[in-house]
Design a protein around this ligand. Structure first.
Ligand SMILES: [Zn+2]
Length: 141
């Protein structure tokens, strides 16, 4: 890679590898703390509620509601060929809030729209979690 994008790739560690492998395989995961039972994201190594480290991976349903979104024009150099693109805040059905790229046209989005998780290839073997407007109407739409 020589376009500079490597500076923006996720730093995958032994601890975070299950998360990134899950993205690649189409699973969006958070962590649940065994002692206190809280579900949280991003999936840090330490529970942000009780500082416990007995954690388990939980696969989320991948559906949520678009809380806010905006169109990006001023971006780091490696992403300039991709502008404009949309980023947004998604309230997942499990109650977690996630910031992510939103696929699709800005004009097709509305606050409150149902969205679903979709992995996007960023670089060789590196997939990001993104969302797009739900293709299939789900029961909460
Ligand atoms: Zn905890």
């Amino acid at each position: 890679m020589s376009d500079g994008i490597e500076a923006f790739l996720p730093r995958i560690t032994d601890d975070s590898r299950p998360f990134w492998d899950g993205i690649k395989e189409g699973r969006f995961q958070a962590r649940r703390c065994r002692p206190c039972g809280e579900l949280y994201f991003p999936p840090h190594m330490i529970c942000p509620f009780c500082f416990g480290n007995e954690l388990q991976w939980v696969t989320l349903c991948g559906h949520g509601t678009l809380y806010a979104f905006t169109r990006m024009w001023a971006v780091p150099k490696p992403f300039r060929s991709r502008v404009p693109y949309v980023v947004g805040v998604v309230d997942l059905d499990e109650g977690l809030r996630v910031f992510a790229k939103i696929q699709g046209a800005y004009e097709d989005l509305t606050i409150g729209a149902r969205v679903e998780f979709v992995p996007e290839l960023l670089a060789a073997e590196v997939y990001l979690f993104t969302f797009r407007r739900s293709v299939v109407k789900d029961e909460r739409a």
